[in-house]
Design a protein around this ligand. Structure first.
Ligand code: G16
Length: 577
């Protein structure tokens, strides 16, 4: 039966306050403004599935934003975010003021892509109360172009990305398969490379010289039985969807001696409310619900849709030692370097040149954004010499593609969003490895790390494996380098589109005069760095500053934040993501 597309579009009219705009990770706004956008995204992703004859996906989530917000993340057949060439079409479709105009946009897409009917779209949502009605809107949009919308599933965002990628590669793709793949890889890594049988292999070739700092929990020869020493991580689950998913994983991880103590698991407390990875990073503070956690213990925080991960150590006061995405990337690069060099675990040692030799054949890179702490970038340049550092604008969609250019591309935003990509050539080479070889270890790591998108569960397994494998305690990881003090602020503005940037968002193009004022403020601050960029997920402009002292970083950020209103002419509101 023919579908009345125009009639359907008119059932989901554009809200008069909605100004949708495809942002850093799809569309976001207050939930009540979204039905039209979500319906149209359903139609768009069904047409993309039809055009490519592969399955696409939609996740209804506003990730780190508050409960009253929602949004759509659009998943390409590869499992990555929607191809950037379609973002303009998504904008034109979702911004069309009337059903008739929206239908014209859909017709244009059909003609351009020579597609008559929609394909299959997988749907997922997080724990927000607006999920049900928005999933219905997405399904209706898919059906309106004669596509097939699958039943929506309660999933963490990276799970759906993984499932779409697997399915299009003809691989098992259920949620159970997802857990089997990640946890199975972790189990195999531990049993193959951290067992007493592999102890010989892991004896350090370069035992620490006398007088060098010793890891508090390592003997001279770390036999890598560390993982079997019961390890507990207290995880702040942001009162989001990640809580139930981590609960599933923790049953299997317990058997390996890795115990996950779930806090902010959604039984009390609001989604991302004074908790979650965004809160912990921006406030540099312990999330709520951590009063019972012993100062100095190993803690982690994920965000509302479980695609970001940070580690932290609570101090006696409310403060924390933050181990952010930059540090996870450095830990990963250290582990990978040592595997590639056939080099065993050794304690952090300033005379030890990571990546100095042995892996010339493998191009490894770390992708960062402007938010990467200057100390982390300096550490990679100075100590991980075989790793190239690349900087991209904010957004996994940018980092992912830059990472894919390497044989092994590590990408992590400072906010904890990231993963490690292995190129097809690299994977083909790794498949030839024997049991117990470095190739097998890397191959298992490629299964542990979600190859589609940043994933908090992957990240947690990586950190625990890397620390156990290297024989490091948290302090060894912290001691690699000292972060420069930094401060992030957000300033609400009437129209964030007047802020445009260049140089991977490190410099402003417009408003014209503001960059000059930032430059002169930075020039008088020791180790000063500061930039301003419009958020792609909130109606704010973000200010980032770092300096030699916290007082100076705070002062620099505040000085620039105060300049913003006078450089921002009043214009139309934008409510989209
Ligand atoms: C999303 C993106 C991230 C980005 C973050 C903040 O994260 O996936 O890549 O870093 O937004 O972006 P912005 O500074 O433009 O608001 P999430 O976890 O909210 O989906």
């Amino acid at each position: 039966m023919a579908v009345d597309l125009l009639g359907q579009l008119r059932l989901y009219p554009l809200h008069e306050d909605a100004k949708p705009s495809y942002g850093t990770a799809g569309f976001r706004s207050r939930a009540e403004l979204l039905p039209s956008t979500v319906f149209r995204c359903g139609a768009l992703m069904a047409l993309r599935a039809g055009a490519l004859r592969q399955v696409t996906g939609i996740v209804i989530t506003a990730s780190h934003n508050p409960e009253q917000d929602n949004g759509v993340k659009l998943v390409d057949p590869s499992g990555n975010m929607l191809d950037s060439t379609w973002e303009g079409m998504a904008d034109a479709l979702c911004q069309a003021k009337t059903g008739h105009r929206a239908m014209q946009e859909l017709t244009r897409i059909k003609q351009t892509w020579n597609v008559t009917t929609g394909g299959t779209v997988m749907l997922a949502h997080d724990t927000r109360s607006s999920a049900n009605s928005l999933c219905q809107a997405a399904s209706a949009g898919v059906a309106a172009v004669a596509g097939t919308a699958e039943a929506p599933l309660l999933l963490a965002t990276p799970q759906l990305h993984w499932m779409v990628a697997q399915r299009n590669q003809g691989q098992p793709y259920s949620e159970a398969d997802y857990f089997d793949s990640l946890l199975g890889a972790f189990e195999q890594l531990v049993s193959t490379f951290c067992s007493s049988a592999s102890a010989q292999f892991w004896r350090p070739a370069f035992p620490p010289s006398p007088g060098k700092r010793q890891s508090p929990d390592s003997a001279d020869f770390p036999l890598l039985t560390h993982l079997f020493v019961p390890q507990e991580v207290s995880v702040d689950a942001a009162n989001g969807v990640g809580a139930s998913k981590l609960a599933v994983a923790s049953k299997r991880l317990n058997l390996l001696g890795l115990s996950i103590k779930l806090l902010n698991d959604g039984k009390a407390g609001g989604l991302n409310s004074n908790c979650g990875a965004d809160y912990v990073q921006k406030e540099q503070a312990c999330p709520s619900g951590f009063r019972s956690v012993i100062p100095g213990s190993r803690c982690a925080s994920i965000d509302g849709d479980a695609d970001r991960l940070l580690y932290f150590v609570p101090h006696k006061t409310r403060g924390i030692e933050l181990l952010d995405g930059d540090r996870i990337a450095v830990l990963a690069a250290t582990l990978l370097n040592r595997i590639l060099q056939g080099r065993p675990a050794a304690l952090p040692d300033s005379s030890f040149q990571e990546g100095a030799a042995g892996n010339e054949q493998v191009q490894m890179g770390i992708v960062q954004t402007a938010y990467a702490n200057g100390a982390s970038t300096a550490y990679v340049h100075d100590c991980l010499t075989s790793c190239k550092v690349v900087s991209t604008p904010t957004g996994v969609k940018h980092l992912h593609h830059a990472a894919a250019a390497f044989n092994i591309g590590i990408y992590y935003e400072a906010n904890g969003h990231g993963t490690i990509l292995f190129s097809p050539d690299m994977l083909a080479m790794l498949r030839q490895g024997q049991q117990g070889s470095w190739q097998q270890e890397l191959s298992l790591l490629s299964k542990l790390m979600n190859q589609a998108v940043g994933d908090a569960l992957s990240g947690l397994l990586l950190v625990e494996y890397a620390l156990g494998r290297l024989g490091w305690g948290l302090q060894d990881w912290i001691d690699l380098y000292q972060d420069l003090p930094s401060r992030q602020l957000k300033v609400p503005v009437p129209d964030r589109s007047v802020f445009t940037t260049t140089h991977a968002e490190m410099r402003l193009l417009t408003p014209n005069a503001l960059q000059g004022l930032i430059d002169s403020s930075v020039a008088v601050v020791e180790k000063g760095r500061c930039f301003v960029r419009p958020s792609g997920t909130e109606n704010v402009v973000r200010v980032y500053a770092e300096a030699a002292s916290q007082t100076e970083a705070d002062k620099l950020a505040n000085t620039i934040a105060q300049l913003i209103p006078e450089h921002c002419p009043v214009a139309s509101n934008r409510s989209g993501g």
